[in-house]
Write a protein that binds this ligand. Sequence first.
Ligand SMILES: *Cc1c(COP(=O)(O)O)cnc(C)c1O
Ligand SMILES: *[C@@H]1O[C@H](CO)[C@@H](O)[C@H](O)[C@H]1NC(C)=O
Ligand SMILES: *[C@@H]1O[C@H](CO)[C@@H](O)[C@H](O)[C@H]1NC(C)=O
Ligand SMILES: *[C@@H]1O[C@H](CO)[C@@H](O)[C@H](O)[C@H]1NC(C)=O
Length: 481
Amino acid sequence: MYILFFFSFSFFRKCYCCVDRAPRSKGKATSRRPKNKKGKASLKDVDPEIFELIKEEEKRQRCGLELIASEVIDKLEVLCQERALKVFNLDPKEWAVNVQPYSGSTANFAAMNGLLNVGDRFMGLHLPDGGHLSHGFYRPEKAVNISAKYFTSLPYYIDPSTGYIDYDDLEKQALRFCPKLIIGGSSAYPRDWDYKRLREIADKTKAILLIDMAHFSGLVAAKIINNPFEFADVVTTTTHKSLRATRAALIFCRTKYAKDINYSVFPGTQGGPHNHAIAGIAVALREALAPEFTEYAKQIVLNCRTLANELKTMGHKIATGGTDTHLLLWDLRPHVMCLMGPKKNILKMPNETIILHKIMLTSNFFYDGLTGAKVEYVCDLTAITINKNTVHGDKSALNPGGVRVGTPALTSRGFKEEDFKVVAKLLDEVCQLSIAIQQEAGSTKHSDFTAIADKSEKVKDLKRRVEEFAEKFPIPGRILE
Ligand SMILES: *Cc1c(COP(=O)(O)O)cnc(C)c1O
Ligand SMILES: *[C@@H]1O[C@H](CO)[C@@H](O)[C@H](O)[C@H]1NC(C)=O
Ligand SMILES: *[C@@H]1O[C@H](CO)[C@@H](O)[C@H](O)[C@H]1NC(C)=O
Ligand SMILES: *[C@@H]1O[C@H](CO)[C@@H](O)[C@H](O)[C@H]1NC(C)=O
């Protein structure tokens, strides 16, 4: 019996497209890499406890008359809970965990519903500043997310000049707004969090502190970044990002909140548990307890730092100047180029070019920066998966000036620092190609850009080279026949 883990890390969701054959090539490039047995081994070897539980359930279904759900499921859930507490070093007297949430967004809503009354105030990091939709995102015309519809949310921000969270401003706003809940945690913030500071702010306004560690829970498990459990009341996480498990979520809470949160998950917002997902989480949590997982997590961060440094060496700008985690934000706005065309096309200028821009206003030229959407487009064409993303100081969230790049999925395939130096070169090539395409298009219109990119032989050549490089690395799981 196999449980397949597709670590569906969103940055890399398309990276499987080129892997249509079993990994090959015993050349020197691959021989030093660890044999990636994980995800290929039998469940019986990897996790005998879960294997026995599934066998037990199989026997019950096969040899009996099933008229109601079984207690094997409860054993599975208890084992998963025990492992979850162990992975994060939590004392069961102080912390409880609910392993039933179907996904991160529903986990957040269930936690909020358990802790707040309809209309209660809460604060979360602004979505364009790296926060998550489910942390209360709203626009003037509508509450974009259910969290902003049922509760009253106020965002806090990163400092537009540095890219770091502006804790001072958060404190000022919190004292004015008096939230009942403050949410920390992010989907696109490259730096570690100051949980102590958040706790102090929460205490001043008598707010509950919830940390959504969805993106970086694997790094917390490996103890290589700050530990939110030291200061938080509630911690939520998806299980399918750096924790490398099945697609689902967990809610940890101080025991005094356990009853309310439990009740909010079931029967409040969900029906029956997804047992297959719980089994998958349990297996991955066992993996997270092994020393190899710590190695993996350390390598993720090393790889990300290498990538950031390489890009910087090549003259690129990385938001906040680097990363503490598994992801970086690449600021593309400094890639400003001169285009020819009607003056009305002049777009928002990166600050550095304002003076030049004033000179050019008088001529038939205009300047435009490279955008996240354009680089994302060329990446898609060259078998590289990244996301366009806002970077600090962006005026428009719809046309962001950067991209978000993360290292967990490729680290699982055995990529080391040297390999990420190659990745950095490929990304630099994408950037140079994008600049050339934009120049050739001579306009800022996305469709002019994509038309040229689609036909570019250089883009096709780069795709071939990217695939050739990627295919040298093994991938966990089985290749579909
Ligand atoms: C991904 C993510 C979620 C949502 O997870 P889903 O399982 O896709 O619903 C919630 N919070 C944060 C911070 C995330 O990064
Ligand atoms: C809120 O955001 C989540 C993603 O986090 C999404 O799944 C959900 O549909 C959104 N709800 C609403 C009402 O916009
Ligand atoms: C919460 O629910 C889980 C099962 O979903 C159970 O194991 C746990 O004991 C419950 N805790 C409380 C405090 O109700
Ligand atoms: C933009 O440039 C002006 C001067 O032209 C400067 O005062 C300001 O601080 C700059 N803003 C940012 C975000 O760099």
